[in-house]
Design a protein around this ligand. Structure first.
Ligand code: PLP
Length: 433
């Protein structure tokens, strides 16, 4: 197997996970681990939700597959689109289904191009994104991703993919600035880029409400509202990438609602099915759909879609997942339980080697300072991740930042155990320096 995001030269055997239950997984050696990262920030309902398993098996027995193509679809795909329309923060037009976060974002770019083409401005093709933003690794989404090792070796990014600075309060640019000054600076960078490139060449801006894989970066308050003003003035579409933040992670069903944003499209994946089966979606604002309707009449078609768009088993699992999120008010549970996680992580504030502690909902991070430790960049993160596993906790290191994203069903006691495991790992690393 050519493992994703893994150096191909590694000769040691990979760590093999074979079983999961609740918020824990077991490896092939029989060792158990608390999953402090919901695998890839996606197994939001934990590993043994019987209703999701039942929804998948019932749909497999009834209709394992029929494609949504050429004006023929399935009852369950249509029903899922209705379910999403009911809870969407957008003035809903329609929902397009795909299979992964990258496919959803790739689709959103193509829809932005098609939208502008439909309105008679085919020259609007450029996509703006943020340094450190992560949107996937297909050719187009890797180009929008602002992380250099995702480009390296692949001849990416493609032309037309432009970047603005990351709204990271820890970045060198932000130092010595007040919050408002930093927001002014970020917005000026966006305005300058638009002026330099020409607004009439730009199709869309894509961003995560909270940057996840790029380091759990929480933009300064007010930033996105100012960005939205600029985008609206230049008629640039705003794509909110809620692949991580969607479905409760921040304590709301959508971060778009929580932060009072008004995007034109929202991309979703991961938590849509709690990762039990691949499915993703792009929710489209009405004005975008209206333009697509006009454009597809002129072009006599809409040449975009995947064999598995709206896969009935994925749709059935996603419908059940949404039902569980609503019936159990999982976003509300996250809101009320998040202070417990924040307090646990907050205990590391001011501790040796710790540069910053932050979080929102069930998404937290501790950034360590390699200069204080005298280690190379990323070494502390790798060591903390390895020691945490020894103490029975799986977490993700992003450079020297440790990301915490436990399943949204984690109890107080489970969160406390996860933090205790991490504290033991931290102590080991300190002792070993
Ligand atoms: N967008 C965001 C914000 C993500 O975090 C990810 C994956 O981590 C993606 C898009 C890509 O999703 P996928 O890996 O399903 O293609």
């Amino acid at each position: 197997m050519l493992e994703p995001h893994t150096p191909a030269y590694l000769e040691t055997a990979p760590h093999v996970i074979v079983r999961g239950e609740g918020v824990r997984v077991w490896d092939s050696e029989g060792r158990s681990y608390f999953d402090g990262a919901s695998s890839m920030l996606c197994v939001n309902l934990g590993y043994s939700e019987p209703r999701l398993i039942q929804a998948a098996s019932e749909q497999l027995a009834k209709l394992p597959f029929y494609a949504s193509y050429g004006h023929r679809t399935t009852d369950v795909a249509l029903a899922l689109a209705e379910d999403l329309a009911e809870i969407s923060p957008l003035r809903m037009g329609r929902t397009f289904f795909a299979n992964s976060g990258a496919e959803a974002n790739d689709s959103a770019f193509k829809i932005a191009w098609y939208y502008h083409r439909s309105l008679g401005r085919p020259e609007r093709v450029k996509i703006i994104s943020q340094e450190q933003g992560y949107h996937g690794t297909t050719v187009a989404t890797a180009s929008a991703t602002g992380i250099s090792h995702i480009h390296q070796g692949f001849g990416l990014p493609l032309p037309y993919f432009l970047k603005v600075p990351c709204p990271d309060p820890l970045s060198p640019q932000a130092q010595g600035m007040t919050n408002d000054q930093f927001v002014d600076w970020l917005v000026a960078q966006l305005e300058d880029l638009i002026d330099d490139e020409g607004a009439d060449t730009i199709a869309a801006f894509i961003a995560e409400p909270i940057i996840g894989a790029g380091g759990v970066i929480i933009p300064p308050p007010g930033y996105y509202h100012r960005v939205e003003e600029v985008l609206a003035r230049h008629d640039i579409l705003f794509i909110a990438d809620e692949v991580i933040t969607g479905f409760g992670r921040t304590g709301s069903m959508f971060a778009t609602t929580e932060f009072d944003l008004t995007p034109d499209m929202i991309t979703l994946a991961k938590g849509l099915s709690s990762a039990y089966i691949p499915i993703s979606a792009v929710m489209l604002e009405k004005r975008v759909v209206d333009a697509l309707v006009k454009g597809s009449a002129e072009l006599d078609g809409f040449g975009h879609g995947f064999t598995y768009s709206g896969h009935p088993v994925g749709a059935a699992v996603a419908r059940e997942c949404l039902a569980i999120l609503r019936e159990r008010d999982i976003p509300g549970y996250v809101r009320t339980t998040a202070p417990m996680l924040a307090d646990g992580l907050g205990a590391f504030r001011g501790a040796e080697l710790v540069r910053d502690v932050r979080g929102h909902g069930f998404l937290g991070a501790i950034t360590f300072d390699p200069a204080a430790a005298g280690t190379a960049a990323g070494e502390l993160g790798t060591a903390l991740m390895a020691r945490s596993a020894e103490h029975g906790l799986l977490i993700r290191a992003i450079g020297d930042t440790i990301a915490f994203a436990p399943p949204l069903i984690s109890s107080d006691a489970e969160l406390k155990t996860m933090i205790d495991c991490f504290a033991a790992a931290y102590q080991d690393v300190l002792n070993g320096l």
